[in-house]
Design a protein. Structure first.
Length: 177
């Protein structure tokens, strides 16, 4: 079922149509829409008139979305210590040689468990992959961390230093609980 256009909508459409320049070799579109009468439906017996509701604003203002895990900022001290490998991870999870589904499940469980136990730094070993077969777990890690069940625990993701695995591993900084 379609509704007819109001007088304001028709006037607006006429202004838009008048400002359009047709493609080469094409005729100019009509300036106004033809009048299309709205369909008339027979009233139902004993039916109440249909009332439209105005959309309600949310009860609280929506929160700003979190920045992507890779773009999340940490203070300078954290970033310096992570890049030098001067930190000791609270937990280590090795996803290397797991299937994608099993690795995703293991990561979710490890993040949840580490967060509940107050850990702040998780070393996630994904493996580097090979030139002919890039690391699939490594490629999926940032997508998995953006899921709401995991994202609520994660403050940031940083590449690991050479001391902790280099490009085959990541530091996962967890939020304080």
């Amino acid at each position: 079922m379609s509704r007819g256009l109001s007088a304001q909508e028709r006037a607006l459409w006429a202004r838009v149509a008048a400002s359009v320049r047709p493609l080469a070799g094409r005729p100019r579109p009509p300036a106004a829409l033809p009048a299309i009468p709205a369909p008339v439906l027979p009233p139902a017996l004993g039916a109440a008139p249909i009332q439209t509701r105005q959309p309600q604003p949310p009860a609280w203002p929506p929160s700003r979305p979190s920045p992507p895990v890779l773009a999340a900022t940490l203070d300078g001290g954290w970033d310096r210590r992570l890049s030098r490998g001067a930190v000791r991870p609270d937990r280590v999870i090795d996803l290397h040689d797991h299937s994608l589904a099993h690795a995703h499940q293991a990561l979710a469980m490890a993040v949840e468990d580490a967060s509940h136990q107050g850990a702040r730094l998780l070393l996630v070993i994904t493996g580097k992959g090979r030139a002919d077969r890039p690391g699939r777990i490594r490629g999926e890690l940032s997508h998995w961390l953006e899921q709401a069940s995991i994202r609520r625990h994660v403050a940031a993701l940083r590449p690991a230093s050479l001391r902790h695995g280099g490009s085959g591993a990541f530091y996962l900084v967890l939020k304080r609980t």
